[in-house]
Design a protein around this ligand. Structure first.
Ligand code: GCW
Length: 718
């Protein structure tokens, strides 16, 4: 035995001895793809099934599929798995053995897979088959996740396919590596060193995304620079595309609408001008030369100061269709954002997206997808679903969620966003189509195309990824990246089931861990709603940096960037009247939805002050006056965080010390900031209504002025 072999043997032996006793220190870099050893008892069974991996055809994707499977199995079950089983992976086109099996693969679609256990002459063969190589890769990750979550892998016959075609991360990453609303370090795209240097981290990024079915990434911020579309930056994007390609991930770019002027030497960016159209055609051709499978453009136009077609008296449809013409011949798409509102417009900001887009239903090209945020304001801890969903049957509409927690405590608050997204996806638009009177026409069915038969479907998530070792800024923020991918693949998925998988893979499959951890995650977003913006309140954060409470924010350049615009609190009451008596935003919803939101007897109190302006003494369903109920909910939010702290302390035996300590520290920050939100909000609203605190409620420790005076220079993410 050579010394190096001896050393390896010793290390292995030591590792095997120690592994079950103490979890190794971990920093979170491995995400949910940790592949740590399965407990001795269970491992034997798995080894019998997951034996050798048959060779695959020589394609880039099948090679990474096989490598990932080998890597996963080696980590989970060890190098020696000689129980006799075999895993066979591939497509009918690339593997005669798989072709001979004649498996029904239609239901697996273009990116899904079928996994089936066969008995070949007493030998167990697990087949991971798909019509395409990337389907096989997705199947490999699914198979590994079964072992990671300790489910059975014998007797398998499962088929799965994504319900949404475009499942994209949107990076709000700038060319100087800062990240707008990023709380996890710098951009992982090292633009300066690209294209020559490709950080190995890009591969791990692609692995993580492929494992949850994400199939595209918009590399640069929607507040875009035209430079992204110049030759040097196209070459950089092409280098990333080359890294991602084997993983089934395409590259997209945000396009600045005025690029024809800035980098094309034209005097206008008018979408009906022939020179402008020629610029975009040539630009698309240039990009496709470098990136043959380029996905397309994402555009923020005529929104928050960005240029757009309205600058030339043209419409959103004119702008989107011009770009669609440019990328269409190459198979590309245009994602045109519906996040538009203007301060010259006196109408309720919540109404403006609908007002601007609804009239153009049917006017957008087939390769345009209008990308709509989940709610009508801006990624608040809770928003009713955006009224455009269900209202644009003839226009492809896609969903935009925000994974990065701009409004939910940055990366230091533990808030699992799965329930928030599920709440929106399961909301019923009552658009005609599904059941009687539109019942069952959920947002999920709009987004996955079932309701209106969209030709292209999209789910986009604003990424929370940065250079931090743990990628997302905190251990638990990884769950939001993971959950986004899972819900984009299947908008009907249960956020709780997704959390359970994530917790098992990321920390421990032990039920004594996953039970309490998942319960904590499931309640975490509601806790944030409680301590920040209970009962339908919204947009009450600090000005511009959006850190911490700022219900007093008033004045400045535009009313719809203040808090007082949204809460409308005065001596008599609080809330934004969006009923027919007020801004009538409710009228943008289907009649049954509008009726329920308008009716104080039927509206869910979680949305109360989003739609109604009510007296402080209004009797809530608990029997308490509104003011008492509000204060009660603020305090309940703080208590929930204390509950999370206690839960987490109890989970120490199942988590490595390093990650456990980090989460503990972050929860302490969250507890302190939850209390701050509660106190500052209570102090402010009390200064408006002059009411005493309900019995048993602690007064805020500082004066309102002290909260108002707090300054936060250098806040990340601006
Ligand atoms: O949520 C707001 C953010 C902006 C962002 C904008 C948008 C990219 O505060 O930072 O800009 O939304 O979605 O365009």
């Amino acid at each position: 035995m050579r010394p190096s072999q001896l050393l390896r043997g010793l290390c292995l032996a030591a590792g095997l001895l120690l592994a079950p006793l103490a979890a190794r220190a971990e920093d979170g870099y491995d995400l949910w793809l940790r592949y740590r050893p399965v407990e001795a008892g269970a491992a034997t069974d798995y080894r019998a099934s997951a034996g050798t991996v048959a060779p695959v055809a020589d394609t880039p994707t099948l090679k990474v599929a096989r490598a990932e499977l080998e890597r996963g199995l080696a980590g989970l079950l060890g190098e020696r798995r000689d129980g006799g089983g075999e895993i066979l992976l591939g497509t009918p086109a690339s593997s005669p053995r798989i072709a001979a099996l004649n498996l029904p693969l239609k239901a697996a679609g273009a990116e899904g897979y079928r996994i089936r256990t066969l008995n070949e002459g007493g030998r167990r063969v697990t087949v991971i088959a798909a019509s395409t190589d990337v389907g096989v890769l997705h199947g490999v990750y699914r198979y590994l996740s079964l072992i990671q979550t300790r489910q059975a892998v014998d007797g398998l016959d499962l088929v799965d396919a994504p319900k949404v075609r475009y499942r994209l991360l949107n990076h709000w990453d700038n060319l100087d590596r800062s990240v707008e609303r990023g709380y996890a370090g710098q951009s992982i795209w090292d633009w300066w060193r690209l294209p020559d240097v490709t950080d190995p981290r890009y591969v791990d990024y692609a692995r993580a995304n492929a494992s949850i079915g994400i199939n595209g990434a918009v590399l640069n911020n929607v507040n875009a620079k035209s430079d992204s579309l110049t030759a040097p930056y196209i070459a950089k994007a092409a280098a990333l595309a080359d890294v991602f390609r084997p993983y089934g991930i395409k590259v997209y770019l945000s396009a600045r609408f005025s690029s024809p002027i800035e980098i094309g030497g034209l005097k206008t960016a008018d979408p009906l001008d022939s020179a402008v159209r020629a610029f975009w055609k040539a630009k698309a051709d240039e990009i496709y030369k470098a990136v043959p499978d380029f996905g397309g453009f994402l555009v923020k136009a005529n929104s928050e100061g960005q240029p757009g077609p309205q600058d030339y008296g043209r419409t959103h449809a004119d702008g989107a269709n011009m770009l669609a013409d440019a990328v269409g011949p190459h198979g590309g798409i245009v994602m045109w954002r519906a996040f538009v509102y203007s301060h010259e417009q006196p109408d309720d900001r919540a109404k403006q997206g609908y007002s601007e887009f609804k009239p153009f239903d049917g006017k957008f090209a087939q390769n345009v997808i209008v990308q709509v945020k989940n709610g009508a304001i801006d990624f608040q801890p809770r928003e009713p679903f955006h009224p455009l969903f269900g209202a644009m049957p003839k226009t492809n509409l896609g969903m935009e969620f925000q994974i990065t927690k701009e409004y939910l405590g940055f990366s230091t608050h533990l808030a699992y966003l799965g329930p928030m997204w599920e709440e929106v996806l399961q909301a019923d638009t009552f658009a005609p189509g599904m059941g009687a009177a539109g019942k069952g026409s959920t947002v999920a069915k709009v987004v996955d195309g079932k309701l209106h038969g969209y030709s292209r479907t999209l789910m986009a998530g604003v990424a929370n990824i940065g250079t931090d070792r743990n990628w997302s800024g905190s251990q638990f923020d990884q769950a939001n990246w993971y959950a986004f991918g899972r819900l984009a693949w299947d908008p009907e998925a249960s956020s709780e089931a997704v959390a359970r998988d994530w917790a098992a893979m990321t920390f421990s499959p032990d039920k004594r861990f996953t039970g309490p951890a998942v319960a904590m995650m499931m309640g975490s977003r509601e806790a944030v709603v409680d301590y920040m913006t209970p009962m339908g309140l919204h947009h009450l954060m600090g000005r511009s940096h959006h850190y911490g409470p700022g219900p007093w924010v008033a004045g400045g350049e535009r009313a719809d960037w203040t808090s007082v615009y949204y809460h409308k609190a005065d001596k008599a009451g609080i809330g934004f009247d969006r009923t027919a008596r007020g801004s009538d935003a409710v009228a943008q919803y289907a009649p049954p939805v509008a009726a329920a939101f308008s009716d104080l007897a039927r509206i869910d109190e979680k949305d109360l002050l989003w739609f109604h302006h009510l007296p402080w003494g209004y009797r809530t369903r608990s029997g308490r006056p509104l003011w008492d109920e509000l204060v009660g909910r603020y305090s309940r939010g703080v208590r929930s965080v204390e509950g999370m702290q206690a839960t987490w302390t109890g989970l120490a035996p199942y988590v490595d010390a390093e990650r456990h300590a980090q989460v503990t520290t972050y929860l302490a920050v969250q507890r302190r900031e939850a209390r701050w939100w509660r106190d500052a909000s209570v102090a402010y609203f009390q200064s408006i209504n002059g009411l005493p605190l309900p019995k048993g409620e602690a007064p805020p420790p500082l004066s309102l002025e002290a909260y108002e005076r707090m300054q936060f220079p250098y806040t990340p993410g601006i």
